[in-house]
Each structure stands twice: as C-alpha cells, then as structure tokens.
Write a protein that binds this ligand. Structure first.
Ligand code: GRF
Length: 204
C-alpha cells in the first residue's frame, strides 16, 4: 500500500531534505508533491533535484488566503495526498483548508510548545533565558502552532550560548523527529483523541 504525502516548504528546505533522505520511497511512503508560497526557494530546488513535482502558490496571486488555500487543497487532493507536512511553509493555513485535511496536517516547530509559538521561537527562547528548549511535531489546527502535540524532544541550553550553535542543534533534532513522526503516521501508529495523541511503536 502506498502512502502519498506532500510537503509545504518555503524556506531552505532542510526538513524536506530529511524527509527525502529518510522516508521518501520507503515503507510505501512517497512524497508526491512539494508546494511553496514563493518561487526561487531552496526547498523547491531540492524537490526538483529529487524528481518531485513542485508548485508555487503565492498569496498575492489570489483574492485572499481562502481562495489560495482552496487551489492548494485541490492540487493536493488531485495527488491523493494522505498527509500534508508543513515544514517551514511560514504561513497560517485557512480554516477551510484545515477542515478539508483535519487530522492530516502536521507541522514541525522549533520550540517546546506551547512555549514560543510563532516565527522567532529560537531567538525568543534564548532572550527569555530558558534552560531547556526543543522541537515539537504537532497536528495543525486553526490556531498558531496550537494543535495536538504528537512528539517533542528537549534540548538543554548551556549558559554560554551562541544562537547559531543552538539553531544547528534544533535543526538536527527536527531532522530526526519529523521523519520519525511521518513514518509512525504512515504505519497507522498515531491516534488523535481530542488534545491527546497516542503514539504506538509502528510495529502494528
Ligand atoms: C524549521 O526550523 C521549522 O521548525 C520551522 O521552519 C524551519 C524550516 O527550516 N517551522 P527548513 O526550511 O526546513 O530548513
């Protein structure tokens, strides 16, 4: 059985690369499309290099976000996508889109949610002076990084911290955690029960 997935990525695409390297073409999981909100992103180059179909859906080309997301949703549905992975899409998805893919959209976020949602999470965690930060993979709901949490991994912060070093470690964790979650979902090992998410071992 195949498990077609799509990735939404608008940045450097290092999480997309981790998915290409660790899950694409394994256990029936196929990345069948990569969509971005802007052209000329490294993420799209990585997708094309891997022979994956890409599309760009810039918000400015549509009447509003709902209209753009409706076209994006069509594109994903035409490809039979069973899971949408948001990996640096950097935009909130509209309620209509979330309703169409409810429980089938995951996002990777560079903090231990619910701390530091939004776009400057690593800087905000450092500025706040927290001793532990980390990575969260969660289902996407209508809020900002507020959906049910699937998995988290913590990272202790030393007192002498350089932002580049912390970013590097956070990204390394993301590149392990996100592929792991995608594999578990494809294996049917992830079950949502309200805010609680039960994660099995993927062994069936
Ligand atoms: C990651 O830090 C992810 O957690 C956040 O956006 C960043 C995307 O990085 N949502 P990349 O484009 O995958 O390299």
């Amino acid at each position: 059985m195949t498990f077609p997935i799509a990735v939404l990525a608008s940045g450097t695409g290092s999480n997309l690369q981790a998915l290409l390297d660790k899950v694409h073409g394994r256990d029936g999981i196929e990345i069948v499309g990569v969509a971005s909100n802007k052209a000329d992103t490294r993420a799209l180059t990585r997708a094309r290099d891997a022979g994956i179909e890409t599309a760009v859906f810039p918000i400015g080309d549509y009447a509003d976000r709902e209209a753009r997301d409706a076209v994006l949703a069509e594109w994903l549905e035409e490809r039979g996508v069973r899971l949408v992975v948001s990996a640096g899409f950097m935009e909130i998805l509209s309620p209509g889109f979330i309703a169409r893919f409810r429980g089938r959209i995951v996002n990777v976020h560079p903090s231990l949610l619910p701390a530091f949602p939004g776009i400057r999470s690593i800087e905000e965690a450092l500025d706040y002076g927290v001793k532990v930060t980390g990575v969260t993979v969660h289902f996407v709901d209508e809020g900002v990084d507020s959906g049910p949490i699937i998995m988290q991994e913590a990272l202790e912060l030393p007192y002498h911290r350089d932002i580049e070093g912390v970013e590097k470690r956070v990204h390394e964790i993301e590149h392990e955690l996100l592929p792991r979650v995608v594999k578990l979902i494809a294996a049917g090992a992830v079950e949502i029960d309200g805010r609680q998410v039960r994660v099995g071992d993927g062994e069936g």
